[in-house]
Design a protein around this ligand. Structure first.
Ligand SMILES: *[C@@H]1O[C@H](CO)[C@@H](O)[C@H](O)[C@H]1NC(C)=O
Ligand SMILES: *[C@@H]1O[C@H](CO)[C@@H](O)[C@H](O)[C@H]1NC(C)=O
Length: 137
């Protein structure tokens, strides 16, 4: 099945950002995960202006990938590693790390209850947002 799209509006965005994860959190607010070693970050971005309102610069050996928001927690996975991070959406300094069993960290999404992860293969994983363990379905 083929889908098409309509371009309804355009917004400014940091052209230097190597965008890997992006989500809309309501109230003209985007959260973004950027990649590349020594340049990876988690950002809160104003949709209308593209202005970065808050940013956490990741360790240089981390390459940011997928990002998703569940309640007040942002979950992020990293490329070629089993390490991920959880940030408080209101304060990126409140940060925890976790490990997952996916082969690699690529995409992350949520339905508001559980997390869905992809690892660059054709597999999709269901992850419990508390234990970060895989859910068998
Ligand atoms: C929406 O964003 C504005 C500007 O950052 C902020 O002042 C306001 O409190 C926010 N509203 C909600 C419901 O989060
Ligand atoms: C953010 O969290 C850190 C770590 O818990 C804390 O030290 C800091 O005061 C917090 N900042 C704000 C603005 O709440």
């Amino acid at each position: 099945r083929f889908y098409s799209f309509d371009l309804v509006r355009e917004y400014p965005h940091d052209p230097e950002a190597f965008t890997q994860g992006l989500l809309y959190a309501g109230n003209d607010t985007l959260f973004e995960s950027t990649g590349l070693y020594h340049q990876s970050s988690v950002r809160k971005v104003d949709l209308q202006t593209g202005k970065v309102l808050d940013q956490h610069q990741m360790d240089g050996h981390m390459f940011g990938e997928g990002l998703t928001l569940l309640d007040d927690r942002l979950f992020q996975v990293t490329w070629l590693k089993n390490d991920g991070f959880i940030y408080d959406r209101h304060n990126f300094s409140k940060r925890e790390s976790f490990t997952h069993k996916m082969r690699d960290g690529w995409g992350l999404a949520t339905d508001g209850k559980i997390l869905f992860g992809s690892d660059g293969t054709s597999k999709l994983y269901q992850l419990d947002p508390i234990s970060l363990e895989g859910i068998l379905s």
